[in-house]
Design a binder for this molecule. Structure first.
Ligand code: DAH
Length: 342
């Protein structure tokens, strides 16, 4: 029996040396110490040992069991530690690596500048209104005193969606809708996209953006209009800008004006952008035509008002020295990335 125990022990030593993982140590444990394992066999064999030798033989088997248990335990600990360390080594965070950047989107330059302009007008007491981009001819033209034979209604300029329905050609379509439903004083702006059937070039596009403004109350004067627009222009460009008012014609205002500002790029000296005139036209405006007031049920003897329509693309071009408005519609990332999120 003694030889049997010795050979089990030495075989165990050999087997243990080959164990590289916790899993194989566990398997070895079953093989030696399990219910049908080799140590158990030895315990069973004690039955055949003469009584006198039993205590010594029993002790030998117990010693073998303790020896195997002890060595298996420490081998298991070692394996677990080794496996844990190698897992951690694979998982560990390398703090010298550059961080992962989450790309942050930014507003389109047009949205950005629209928001900025809206803020200025809101501070001046205007509230923001919207009007449909798909609009009836009535609100886009008729109510604004643009009769059926007005040249702007020509198929060349207007996208027709259905008979009597157009893509709005200007944000002035807000005016009839607001005046019909609101009692003066009315002080609103309407920022948004407009559409015209124009050939696309560096200076014109089939869609563009405007901020239309409308102020109706008693005793509103042209002087109020000019003061409001001048104040807006200074707030936007954050410096003194020369403003030139020229008489102009729009069917829905009387008198009508156009506002030019001194060219930002050349400081009024003359360049390609301002066609060497030193001035740039940025908006059309005027006093709301009495017929428009009548069309919406307001008494022109009692009320007067002013309105304006400001082109957005032109203002961005001025601010950033951009010469081609097609860039705003192309979504070329190389262009857009130049206007990062603040
Ligand atoms: N709607 C005009 C345009 O698109 C601009 C304009 C001129 C708007 C005079 C107005 C205004 O509100 O009073 O060209």
């Amino acid at each position: 029996m003694k030889e049997g125990i010795c050979s089990i022990q030495s075989q165990f030593d050999v087997d243990l040396k080959e164990c590289q993982s916790a899993k194989s140590v566990e398997a070895l444990k079953v093989h030696y110490l399990g219910r049908k394992g080799l140590v158990q066999d030895q315990l069973k064999n004690l039955r055949h040992v003469p009584d006198a030798e039993k205590p010594a033989a029993g002790k030998m088997v117990n010693d073998l069991k303790e020896y195997i248990e002890g060595r298996l335990d420490s081998a298991l600990q070692e394996c677990i530690l080794r496996e844990e360390n190698s897992r951690l080594a694979q998982e560990s965070i390398d703090i010298t690596l550059p961080g992962r950047k989450n790309p942050i989107g930014s507003k389109h330059p047009i949205t950005d500048i629209l928001d900025e302009m809206v803020d200025i007008f809101v501070q001046m007491g205007f509230s923001v209104q919207s009007a449909p981009e798909v609009e009836t001819e009535y609100y886009n033209f008729d109510v604004l005193n643009m009769g059926e034979d007005h040249p702007a209604r020509d198929m060349q300029d207007t996208f027709y969606v259905a008979p009597g329905v157009v893509l709005r050609t200007h944000a002035s379509n807000v005016q009839g809708r607001i005046m019909e439903t609101t009692n003066p004083p009315i002080r609103v702006i309407c920022p948004g996209r407009c559409f015209r059937n124009e050939s696309i070039s560096s200076r014109s596009h089939v869609f563009f953006h405007q901020i239309d403004g409308l102020y109706v109350d008693v005793d509103v004067s042209l002087q109020d209009l000019i003061a409001t627009l001048t104040q807006f222009i200074r707030a936007f460009f954050k410096k003194e800008v020369d403003v030139k008012i020229r008489p102009s014609y729009f069917p829905f205002v009387e008198p009508g004006i156009e506002v030019d500002i001194s060219c930002h790029l050349c400081d009024g000296k003359g360049c390609r952008l301002c066609k060497h005139s030193g001035w740039l036209e940025i908006l059309g405006a005027g006093m709301v035509h009495p017929q428009v007031l009548r069309n919406v049920g307001l008494d022109p003897e009692k009320y007067s008002g002013y309105a304006w329509g400001l082109g957005i693309e032109r203002m961005i071009c001025l601010r950033h020295g951009i010469a081609d408005i097609r860039l705003f519609a192309e979504n070329d990332m190389r262009f857009l990335r130049q206007f990062p999120a603040p």
